[in-house]
Design a protein around this ligand. Structure first.
Ligand code: SAH
Ligand code: SF4
Ligand code: F3S
Length: 484
């Protein structure tokens, strides 16, 4: 699939098929015709530029957009002055939205210089109430708007956009089915994200994701494994299994299966070297999964386990469904089973009603859990979520003060943990020739830290034992160990 043959043999005089993905293949073929005409008229192929805002899931979706654009006859442009620019947006915090509005102003300027240019917006922010109205009113430069639920129809929307001079808006309230076998253009040759589920059912009270991504849907395990095998055949050695809460994978399948079972199956894929996954919700982290992490040779000893707050009182208001004590005992269980496991987390400061005592509880967990690293966020009020209407929003200056204290502590602990690995010999998966010094290669440890050491291009994609000679904050300088 994805070969030129498939698309060039499609008969465009016929009506488009109704079944997917055949319908999208038909529209890719139609876009290719359009691109040929463009090339004849302009002496060059049309260019595209995809800009991702947001999480790994959005990044993976962007690879799908790029895949369709390339099959549709576009070539990568260098910047936002391309002929087709698409923003894949995020709305998890207010500042994600503001960034998009700010940059649209700049895009409008580019469009004046290149009237053939088309501007498209998609992703989570488009599913949010009020956003489309604002775009229609204030950002007339935009040509195409679609959401998360119909992104698999991108080829069809692109084709309509090529034929139209007015803004096309297509937002679905609910999720359609999962469509497999659409083209993908990976950002990295050696690693890839793999969606295992879409949406979220947890409704943490601060979070907008369940509203913009819809209910939880798992992909069939056969489809996931087929995709992984295909990726491995195409040179991928590391995969990241993606979902908002991978620990509840498979519950709604016709033949239910657990995430631990899926991990064990992925671990069997020949040629695959490393498996990562994100995100794990602490409330659903089973003993079975801990055992799978311990037993599966390819599963990295790294777990991203978002805490959000260390105060049981705030956790309850957040609807996280675990307490401080339950979280800490999970961490203990993990370290008992997998002593070298790296644990990372997400933290929110300034949730409504957070007192100094609540914040002190968060600091306490941070000290006890000894995170290898942590993403710290200032609470952002998202319209429509239960937390947005909670009284007692914390004053910004108090939040800022707590945020600074937390960040400093998180950084102190992660530097300390990173330094502890100095002198150790650990497996490094080589990813590329070092960008500054061609005599070095760069790779990653299981905990995702970068290591540079002397090596050659033929080492890319393989795992080597490396002595971590010097820790330089966020990366290490190392030396290939004599022999494993
Ligand atoms: N599904 C994942 C996280 C998705 S969002 C999980 O449950 O862990 C990524 C992170 O953004 C969250 O873990 C949380 O820390 C942060 N976040 C989500 N909503 C937020 C908000 N309204 N304000 C600040 N941070 C938020
Ligand atoms: Fe948001 Fe909670 Fe779902 Fe994560 S689990 S996406 S924080 S609602
Ligand atoms: Fe943002 Fe959507 Fe991901 S809101 S964090 S891009 S799921």
């Amino acid at each position: 699939m994805n070969s030129d043959m498939v698309f060039d043999n499609i008969d465009l005089t016929k009506e488009p098929p109704t079944a997917e993905p055949l319908r999208q293949y038909y529209f890719i073929a139609r876009c290719r015709r359009w691109a040929e005409t463009f090339e004849q008229e302009n002496g060059r192929c049309p260019t595209y530029f995809v800009q991702t805002f947001g999480c790994q899931m959005n990044a993976r979706d962007s690879e799908k957009l790029a895949g369709i654009l390339e099959q549709a006859g576009y070539v990568p442009g260098e910047n936002e002055q391309a002929d087709f620019v698409i923003y894949n947006t995020c709305t998890v915090r207010e500042n994600a939205n503001n960034k998009v509005y700010g940059r649209l102003g700049t895009l409008a300027g580019y469009k004046k210089q290149n009237p053939r240019m088309k501007i498209a917006l998609c992703g989570c922010m488009m599913q949010e109430a009020g956003v489309v109205e604002r775009i229609r009113k204030d950002y007339r430069c935009v040509d195409l708007v679609f959401g998360t639920h119909n992104s698999y129809r991108f080829a069809e929307l692109l084709s309509s956009c090529q034929q139209s001079d007015s803004m096309i808006v297509d937002i679905w309230k609910d999720a359609g089915g999962i469509v497999e076998d659409l083209p993908v253009k990976r950002k990295y040759p050696f690693k890839s994200g793999v969606n295992i589920m879409f949406g979220c059912n947890n409704f943490c009270s601060y979070c907008i994701v369940p509203y913009v991504r819809g209910r939880e849907r798992s992909r069939e395990p056969e489809e996931i494994l087929r995709e992984i095998e295909g990726l491995v055949n195409d040179g991928v050695c590391e995969i990241m299994l993606l979902g908002q809460n991978v620990n509840s994978y498979g519950k709604n399948l016709k033949n239910p299966m657990t995430f631990a079972e899926l991990l064990r199956e992925a671990d069997q894929v020949e040629g695959l070297k490393r498996i990562r996954f994100m995100t794990s919700h602490p409330k659903d982290l089973s003993d079975d999964l801990i055992e799978a992490i311990r037993d599966c040779g390819k599963v990295c000893h790294h777990l991203h386990l978002p805490l959000q707050s260390g105060s049981s009182r705030i956790l309850e208001k957040m609807n996280r469904r675990y307490t401080k004590e339950q979280y800490l005992s999970l961490v203990e269980k993990l370290r008992d089973a997998v002593p070298d496991i790296a644990i990372t987390t997400d933290l929110i400061v300034g949730f409504p009603g957070e007192t100094d005592e609540d914040f002190a509880e968060t600091m306490d967990v941070v000290k006890k859990a000894e995170y290898d690293s942590a993403f710290t966020f200032i609470y952002s009020k998202r319209t429509g979520t239960p937390a947005a209407s909670m009284k007692e929003q914390v004053p910004p200056e108090v939040v800022k003060e707590r945020f600074d204290v937390l960040l400093k502590e998180v950084q102190r602990i992660s530097a300390q943990k990173a330094a502890r690995l100095e002198g150790k010999t650990l497996p490094v998966l080589v990813e590329e020739i070092n960008r500054q010094d061609a005599a070095l290669v760069s790779g990653r440890l299981e905990n995702n830290s970068v290591v540079h050491f002397s090596g050659t291009a033929d080492m890319i994609g393989n795992i080597y034992p490396v002595v971590l000679e010097e820790c330089r904050g966020f990366y290490y300088l190392g030396r290939l160990a004599a022999h494993a």
